[in-house]
Design a binder for this molecule. Structure first.
Ligand code: HAM
Length: 428
């Protein structure tokens, strides 16, 4: 019997694991630098956690949730995103009363959406997200956006575009929606069937439709930016000022909307023009100032983002970006002509690993040149080479893969030499 993985899911292995580790290690380091702590929540929740927060009329709740009754008939849903679960948990565990504010949390997890699979769009995919709760200061929006841009910068991205908009508070959005609907009404028949439904249930989502007929109707419409109340306008100005002060480039996109009802105020997206498909958003987020109180928690504001891990890796690979770390533990690669199981090589391997230095063994190459090329490509710092002469003399040859300098030294001095070549800070 031949069984395949379900449509829209993937098995992650080989090179993809290396990319994944690289991205996760990079973000974990940055979360530490920016003061975010990890939270892990269940992969499924009671269905209301998502339907109430994301919004009954959104595409996600209407068409994309994996919802099922458990054996006792309770309706459960595989999480389509992380924010609602985190808010549920923060309120349930009363984290906001016992912690210094803002409470800053991050998560890494698999999400599930019953979408039409295509390049960069999966039914099971992974997100890395961050949520900062308990402050309405523009500084927090800017800090969260700064963190998102820094993640992509540290991963090696050069040309992403950061798009920002404000969708206002319920007050300014109300008067905008009224005007917008008046504008659209005469052209209603030209909208696609989905957008005709959105017109009543969720008119802002019409901005997000990729169909050319809908885009052309919407292109000349009034924009929310013209309707922001003084407070919302001041807040967006504040965020922009801080971003400019941090030298973070952004583009104000007054057509930007997001697919969840919980958003208020400043929203943003990080877009790659290099991905040749509609799935070009690598990450996005924004404020959701009402969600905590809607979940029965304190009336506190919040903001956050999530980036798509699979989509980010896809673009990195398409752009030929590597996944080797410039900092972190020293990584060595052992190449032995007599085979890694030979006693002398095993002793050297033990010396290196017991000193806390990562050492991977080349099990396949029987040629030093090939082994060194492989080590360089995979991002190792040093090649540790053991040929017949090294065994005979009780020494080891090390090749620095940054500058290709080579050292042959006595085995007893090996670990010291590795640390000396790579610099102790790399081991920190
Ligand atoms: P989102 O924009 O729906 O936001 O998802 C964030 C990212 O997840 C997207 O930019 C994309 O890279 C990735 N993504 C979404 N759907 C798929 C899919 N079907 N296949 C592959 N990747 C996908 C949220 O989920 C919000 N919870 C973000 C947030 C956090 N807002 C405030 N805090």
């Amino acid at each position: 019997m031949k069984l395949n993985s379900p449509r829209g899911t993937s098995d992650i292995y080989g090179e993809d694991i290396e990319y994944r580790d690289f991205v996760i290690e990079t973000v974990r380091e940055l979360f530490k630098v920016f003061g975010f702590q990890e939270i892990i929540t269940p992969a499924f929740e009671h269905t209301e956690v998502f339907s109430r927060s994301i919004g009954e009329s959104t595409d996600i709740v209407q068409k994309e949730m994996y919802t099922f009754p458990d054996r006792k008939g309770r309706s459960l849903t595989l999480r389509p995103e992380g924010t609602a679960s985190i808010v549920r948990s923060v309120v349930e565990k009363k984290m906001l009363s016992s912690q210094e504010l803002p409470l800053k949390l991050f998560y890494i997890g698999n999400m599930f959406r019953y979408e039409r699979p295509q390049k960069g769009r999966m039914r099971e995919f992974w997100q890395i997200g961050a949520e900062a709760m308990g402050s309405s200061e523009p500084l927090i929006d800017a800090e969260v956006i700064w963190l998102l841009s820094r993640i992509f910068y540290n991963l090696g991205f050069k040309k992403l575009q950061l798009r920002i908009n404000s969708i206002g508070c319920s007050q300014c959005r109300g008067s905008f929606i009224h005007e917008f609907k008046e504008y659209i009404q005469p052209g209603l028949g030209g909208l696609c069937p989905d957008c005709r439904n959105r017109f009543e249930a969720n008119p802002l989502r019409i901005f997000d439709c990729k169909k050319s007929s809908c885009r052309s109707i919407v292109s000349g419409s009034p924009k929310i930016s013209g309707f922001l109340c003084p407070d919302c306008r001041k807040h967006l100005q504040g965020v922009k000022k801080i971003l400019t002060g941090l030298s973070i480039e952004y583009y104000i996109d007054d057509s930007l909307v997001r697919g969840f009802d919980y958003y208020t105020g400043t929203i943003f997206e990080m877009v790659s023009h290099e991905l040749e498909s509609a799935q070009n958003a690598l990450g996005g987020g924004g404020r959701y100032d009402r969600l905590l109180s809607e979940f029965g928690g304190p009336d506190m504001p919040a903001t956050g983002f999530a980036l798509g891990l699979d989509r980010t890796i896809l673009v990195m690979k398409e752009l030929g970006m590597g996944c080797s770390r410039k900092t972190g533990p020293v990584k060595t690669y052992m190449i032995t002509l007599s085979g890694p199981g030979e006693a002398y090589s095993l002793e050297v391997l033990r010396d290196i690993r017991e000193a806390g230095i990562a050492c991977q063994v080349d099990y396949a190459s029987r040629n030093i040149g090939t082994g060194i090329k492989k080590a360089g490509k995979k991002g190792f710092d040093l090649a540790v080479i053991i040929g017949d002469e090294e065994i005979h003399k009780g020494c080891v040859t090390i090749k620095d893969l940054d500058n290709f300098r080579q050292y042959t030294i006595d085995r007893t001095r090996l670990v010291k030499k590795i640390l000396e070549i790579t610099g102790v800070e790399k081991n920190g």
